[in-house]
Write a protein that binds this ligand. Structure first.
Ligand SMILES: Cc1ncc(C[n+]2csc(CCOP(=O)(O)OP(=O)(O)O)c2C)c(N)n1
Ligand SMILES: [Mg+2]
Length: 341
């Protein structure tokens, strides 16, 4: 768990640097090696490893727009994930999805920029597992800002009424972009949502990886044993802005300082020292993680960009007339300016 947490943190620190390449002076979100938005999950690693380390490749995980720590804990191919983030042809989605739309069928992982979107597909995966008589489980990650979404509440209902092997994991980082959670949701403890669906609900009040591992083990075990779904909420911390470039002018300084002061990685390292793991061993884990990150980023940046002609590939199962993989129609600039839409 420690190695994955450190890998996720170092990975995001590296992405932070790579992201700013070519975006200055000023801050142009559309340029650089990684164009578009980038949401980082530093401070949330415990919620990822504590649950995903109970999972097998045939278990399904869906994640939201802040997916890297969960993807790493679910053993998504780091090189192809990085190539995807850099928009390269060999990326998980041929460079068309970007960092919010990673999809790795080898380990049944998907994520989406639409919040709570992963809940219905996770319920579908749980239903499929049940109908196929396998003991696979599905886990849907979402933020506390998404727990009032209809899709989430309907998913809780379906999972409960059909006793499906699904675990919903709410990462409560106290914020939904600039919105503090108490301004949008009445209960402080989001796991209470489970009560209305006669489902197990549990909250881990700190981002202690060992406590999450224990609660995650119970929830995944319950699902695997055919005893139905669980809603698990974990208190995590947003160490950064909502997205890269967020000036966080809405966020009180004490809140930022509080998040910076509590680090689940340091906490786990301290526990490991108590169990007799020395600094050198911790350093070796860190070095291994750093090498893995460097290898993935270096490889990804050497990969080719997709050909413009491939823009429509994999976009439609039944392409509308005029949209085919073989002959994409690109308006030339003259026609576009003429308003021929
Ligand atoms: C259905 C939908 N509505 C609005 C948005 C815009 N949006 C992106 S992230 C976000 C806040 C999400 O907050 P939370 O679920 O707590 O996740 P966090 O960003 O804190 O990880 C919103 C409203 C969206 N992506 N999808
Ligand atoms: Mg949040």
């Amino acid at each position: 768990m420690y190695e994955d947490m450190v890998t996720a943190r170092l990975y995001e620190e590296r992405l932070q640097d790579e992201y700013m390449e070519g975006k200055r002076p000023g801050f142009d979100i559309s340029t650089g090696e990684i164009p578009g938005e980038l949401h980082l999950a530093a401070g949330q690693e415990a919620a990822a490893v504590g649950v995903c380390h109970h999972l097998r490749d045939d278990d399904t995980v869906t994640a939201p727009h802040r997916p890297h720590h969960v993807a790493i804990a679910k053993r998504v191919d780091l090189k192809r994930m990085t190539a995807e983030i850099f928009g390269r042809e060999t990326g998980l989605c041929s460079g068309k999805g970007g960092h919010m739309h990673l999809f790795d069928p080898d380990v049944n992982f998907a994520c989406s920029g639409i919040i709570a979107e992963g809940c219905p597909p996770a319920v579908g995966a749980g239903l499929a597992a049940k109908k196929r008589n396998t003991d696979s489980v599905a886990v849907a990650y979402l933020g506390e800002g998404a727990i009032d979404q209809g899709g989430f509440l309907e998913s809780l209902n379906l999972a409960s009424v059909h006793d499906l092997p699904v675990v919903f994991v709410v990462e409560d980082n106290d914020w939904a972009i600039s919105m503090p959670k108490e301004r949008v949701t009445r209960p402080d403890d989001g796991s209470k949502r489970a009560d209305g669906f006669d489902m197990h609900g549990v909250r881990v009040d700190s981002d202690d990886a060992r406590a999450v591992y224990e609660a995650g083990g119970e929830a995944v075990g319950r699902a695997r044993d055919g005893n139905g779904p669980t809603l698990l909420e974990v208190q995590v911390h947003r160490r950064m802005g909502h997205f890269m470039g967020d000036p966080e002018t809405y966020r009180p300084e004490e809140d930022q300082e509080r998040a910076a002061a509590r680090d689940s990685i340091d906490r786990l390292a301290a526990d490991m020292r108590e169990f007799g793991i020395d600094d050198q061993e911790l350093e070796e884990i860190r070095d291994r993680a750093a090498n893995r990150v460097d290898e993935a980023v270096t490889w990804a940046k050497q990969q080719p960009l997709p050909e413009p002609e491939a823009a429509h590939d994999h976009a439609f199962t039944n392409p509308p007339e005029g949209v085919t993989s073989e002959e994409p129609e690109f308006a030339d600039s003259g026609a576009a300016a003429g308003g021929d839409d």
